[in-house]
Design a protein around this ligand. Sequence first.
Ligand SMILES: Nc1ncnc2c1ncn2[C@@H]1O[C@H](COP(=O)(O)OP(=O)(O)O)[C@@H](O)[C@H]1O
Ligand SMILES: [Mg+2]
Length: 226
Amino acid sequence: MGTILSTKDVCRDFTTGNNIVVNALKNISIDIEEGKLTVLRGPSGSGKTTLINILGALDKPSSGEVWFDGKDITELSEKKRDKLRRYDMAFVFQSIALMSSMTAYENVEFGLRLADVPFSERDKRTREVMKNVNLEKRMFHRPGEMSGGEQQRTAIARAIAHKPKIVFADEPTAELDSTTSLHIVKLFKELVEKEGMTIVMTTHDPSMMEVADRVYTLEDGEIVGR
Ligand SMILES: Nc1ncnc2c1ncn2[C@@H]1O[C@H](COP(=O)(O)OP(=O)(O)O)[C@@H](O)[C@H]1O
Ligand SMILES: [Mg+2]
């Protein structure tokens, strides 16, 4: 197991309406190891979302390089980056974006369709992954009939169902109570240990740290702890 993703001197500047430049990221060089749970932590405004969006090819740095699977992905065309996001990467967000008219099962199955997984494999894989997130019993419930934690577990199931090489989760526990949050982070840990997944998550909650294999601390757009 080695480094699957890394940044080299990544900077990201935003220019706001009144021409003020915000240096959201300053010379970030980090390595994300395969088969590990990496946590990016830091207070609100420290640059976590900006960094995870760049790691996940949703955004490009103003300068610097991002290497994924041995390739410099900052140089790739938008089409190739789109392919990368669709097949090799997965995202879990703070606000849980499930289809409310679909059951948990259908939400996950739909995700597999988007990732071009053939029909013949979708049912088996959906059931398998619902088991991985301990939701077998709630599989045929709609989001409105599930708790926040169950909804987030469904979103995680949908993210991991097509077996991406890496999963990004931006503050996945921010809208959950502390007990539920801990369960979600423990689930991530389990997915890393039992399923060999690679997960990168951000949090501003210091209690999430103990399960991480690696922690990077951000402050004002800089890495202040590793
Ligand atoms: N699109 C944007 N335009 C201007 N400033 C931005 C934009 N996105 C983020 N920022 C600024 O960059 C800094 C880091 O933001 P962000 O990455 O969202 O932090 P965090 O996720 O740690 O709360 C903040 O000062 C924020 O205001
Ligand atoms: Mg954020």
